[in-house]
Design a protein around this ligand. Structure first.
Ligand code: SF4
Length: 402
């Protein structure tokens, strides 16, 4: 019998007869399940080569798929995932975890995805304290980004810097291409932990318009690199990819986080690797953040720069980097600030946020993180409530119910 195929560009179907369900994979790293019971109502079906086939024409399958997205989860982190798309009613400006962040310079940060495949002991975004990930529709992100780029007076750099690893965003190459097609975008950079790169992906990203890799590398020692990544980690692969990038016509910044007493003996070998691969050496000082991980004691920036000055002399390399002189980052027209601290506004609650006590609200085209330790607003999705703005910086807004 001829069956009717239902295929979707971004979805792959996997039959799980032992569990009596079909698993639907979205953008490679996300999934939700649909029980046989729900599908059998629509008629006989089968799953073949990742596609879904029905015996007869039906009209309710799309509705079931749409509903399934409310149960979206990450295959990497196991967390609940919110898909932010054009029709989701969630603005891309206002939240530091997803979307677009404009800090009033000619660099615009974009965050297409949250979540990481490793678990660095020093991570400033302690994923274990965040229960929800976000993933953003590529076209929505590019369209909204274009509006922000249009405000800028200088040539613009788009910086792909996620709360997590951007290589977990499967349309990454298309996203880079979309960014590079925006007029006045002159540079596109990415922060990556390198683990998920391979030669083809590197080539594809460069061909799409990527101009700079900021490659995270904290140790060249096998055991210590695993200890720092706190996960399965293949330093040989990471080093190989860093060396491969260095053969390409792009800038590479090798960016170790120097955690005192943890990777002291790794910093000098990394400096030598930077020299050998003609990479910029962007050593960062480990600073502990209230919502990050505690990897040990931090030192002051003054103390840190003193150490860098000594290493600069010893290795004859520039280690103290100037954002303006080395990366051409300058102040530029910001997107308008809509709310200021202390404002009381009406906000519609639309989804959970990353933290357990956080919900995402929307008002006047901005997303607002609303924190409520009593979690009473968690039950108010769809409701409009009064919120007092407690933080308004770089168009990232936080508030609390009043
Ligand atoms: S790679 Fe980056 S985001 Fe991932 S755990 Fe390490 S520091 Fe955090």
């Amino acid at each position: 019998m001829n069956m009717i195929e239902r295929s979707y560009e971004q979805l792959k179907f996997i039959d799980k007869p032992e569990k009596k369900l079909v698993e639907i994979i979205f953008l490679d790293h996300f999934y939700f399940n649909i029980d046989y019971d729900e599908l059998e109502i629509l008629g006989n079906f089968k799953v073949e080569k990742g596609n879904f086939l029905f015996e007869r024409k039906e009209t309710k399958f799309d509705h079931i798929i749409d509903r399934g997205f409310s149960d979206l989860k990450s295959r990497i982190t196991g967390k609940k995932v919110i898909y932010v798309h054009k029709n989701s009613n969630i603005p891309l400006i206002g939240n530091g975890s997803f979307g677009i962040v404009d800090r009033g310079t000619n660099v615009i940060e974009i965050k297409p995805v949250c979540g990481c495949n490793i678990d660095c002991v020093y991570c400033s975004v302690d994923e274990n304290r965040r229960g929800v990930d976000f993933v953003v529709e590529k076209d929505y992100l590019v369209d909204e980004l274009e509006k922000v780029v249009a405000i800028k007076k200088h040539p613009v750099e788009i910086h792909i810097g996620c709360q997590g690893e951007p290589l977990l965003y499967s349309p990454l190459v298309e996203l880079i291409r979309g960014c590079s097609n925006i007029s006045n975008v002159k540079k596109i950079s990415i922060d990556t932990n390198v683990t998920l790169l391979n030669e083809k992906r590197i080539d594809d990203m460069i061909e799409a318009g990527l101009t700079q890799f900021n490659s995270s590398l904290n140790s060249l020692d096998k055991n210590r690199s695993i200890k720092i990544a706190n996960s399965k980690y293949n330093i040989d692969h990471v080093e190989k990819m860093i060396r491969y990038i260095s053969t390409k016509p792009v800038t590479q910044v090798i960016a170790p986080v120097w955690v005192q007493s943890l990777n002291d003996e790794d910093i000098e070998p990394i400096i030598e690797l930077c020299k050998e691969t003609n990479s910029i050496c962007g050593i960062q000082n480990y600073l502990s953040y209230s919502l990050g991980k505690n990897a040990g004691k931090s030192i002051t920036m003054e103390n840190f720069y003193d150490k860098l000055k000594i290493l600069e002399k010893k290795h004859d390399i520039k280690l103290i980097i100037s954002l303006k002189d080395d990366f051409g980052i300058v102040p530029d027209a910001p997107i308008p600030r809509i709310f200021k601290k202390g404002d009381v506004i009406n906000v519609e609650i639309v989804s959970p946020g990353r933290m357990g006590n956080e919900m995402i609200g929307i008002a006047e085209g901005r997303s607002i993180s609303i924190y409520d330790n009593k979690k009473e607003i968690n039950k108010k999705i769809g409701k409009i409530i009064p919120v007092k703005i407690i933080r308004s910086k770089h168009n990232i807004y936080a508030g609390e119910p009043v």
